[in-house]
Design a protein around this ligand. Structure first.
Ligand code: MG
Length: 380
């Protein structure tokens, strides 16, 4: 092996080391706009770099995950959540012999379309745009990477590879989605991002929820996944008020879910007999996922988090006030379109004022939206 490893060396290593059903970067379907390949980076490593160098990625730092951005320095933001998803995604990909770079690229891009103010912000924007196609953060992530981020002179978008777009597409319905032709599923690397996302937020939301005093440790005894994993590792949930116990619980939850996904997915991949990434795409069902038992357990945990955390009066109250400001800013743009940003104005002829304003607001950080509200309504 030479001292300096070029893209060709990375591609050779992929062919030699990855599983037959992994997506190799050398067999990428490529980019919508042809560009010469990079001397050092594989196509997916290049996509990782394009995503983390985008303005939309940097703005994730100031967007709410669950707790309004800035209310606590230790809570997850959209950015730290995304980094956890990428880390878990790489772990899953490596253990299954898949392409870590592709899994990482999809994970890093998966939340680029999230609006400010978390779940409530997304609902608000969906309501504001209901007669104009609505708002969905998965659709929006695709719009961000194919249309809104615009670092090149000759075309809009980051010009990512087909495989990364396919992974980001997830449940997207937008016209910006790549044409998947006859394919039923994304690559295994694309499927991983979904699971990595869930594993990350289940464990960190439980941890942050307890830390914020919104979830009482005793409540977790009624959540079978928490009760069972705690019992299996000798943790007493009544002690979850203690930092060490809380961190241990988040760690154990995440490890339990990773373990389950790896074993269940390996079993399904092997039973399916798929021998290539395209056979994965043509397979009728997703191959990466929980065991049926764990799928039930995670559904219960998700219901618990929705009922007790995401719309907890304390979370919801702060988010509600922020979302009222979002709606007021949107209305102000409808009344006076000259107030929206230069880039958004440029898109009005193509997608209409409502969508352009929606794109503009969705791209804002929490604090930018508050500043914009102050500019529009409290200008001296
Ligand atoms: Mg996410």
């Amino acid at each position: 092996m030479p001292l300096l490893r070029t893209r060709e060396d990375v591609e050779r290593q992929e062919s030699e080391n990855l599983a037959p059903f992994a997506q190799k970067s050398s067999s990428s379907r490529g980019r919508l706009h042809a560009q010469p390949s990079h001397r050092w980076r594989s196509e997916y490593q290049r996509d990782v770099a394009r995503i983390i160098h985008s303005a939309a990625f940097r703005r994730l730092e100031y967007k709410t995950q669950v707790f309004l951005n800035g209310t606590g320095d230790h809570y997850r933001t959209r950015l730290t959540h995304t980094m956890e998803v990428a880390s878990i995604g790489r772990t899953l990909a490596r253990a299954l012999g898949l392409n870590e770079d592709l899994a990482e690229a999809v994970a890093l891009a998966h939340d680029l379309g999230h609006s400010p103010f978390g779940h409530s912000g997304e609902e608000t924007l969906d309501r504001l745009l209901k007669d104009h196609g609505g708002f969905d953060h998965n659709d929006q992530s695709l719009r961000v990477v194919t249309l809104i981020e615009s670092p090149y002179e000759d075309f809009d978008g980051l010009n990512l590879t087909f495989e990364v777009l396919e992974g980001v597409q997830k449940h997207a319905t937008a016209r910006t989605a790549p044409d998947l032709g006859a394919y039923a599923c994304a690559s295994l690397e694309g499927q991983i991002a979904d699971l990595a996302d869930e594993i990350a937020y289940y464990s960190h939301d439980v941890q942050d929820g307890i830390e914020a005093g919104l979830i009482r440790p005793a409540q977790l005894r009624n959540v079978p996944l928490c009760a069972e994993t705690a019992a299996a590792s000798g943790l007493d949930l009544a002690d979850a008020g203690n930092k060490e116990v809380r961190l241990a619980l988040a760690r154990i939850l995440s490890n339990t879910l990773i373990e389950d996904v790896l074993l269940a997915s390996a079993g399904r991949i092997s039973a399916s007999g798929v021998q290539s990434a395209d056979e994965v795409r043509r397979h009728a069902d997703l191959l990466v996922g929980y065991s049926p038992r764990m799928a039930k357990r995670t559904d219960e945990l998700r219901s618990f988090l929705y009922a007790n955390l995401y719309f907890h009066p304390e979370v919801e109250g702060a988010n509600r006030r922020a979302c009222d400001m979002m709606a007021a800013v949107f209305d102000a743009y409808m009344k006076d379109p000259s107030q929206i940003g230069r880039e958004a104005t440029r898109r009005v002829p193509n997608c209409g004022l409502h969508r352009a304003a929606g794109d503009y607001i969705a791209g804002m950080t929490d604090r930018y939206l508050l500043r914009e509200h102050a500019r529009l309504f409290h200008a001296s």
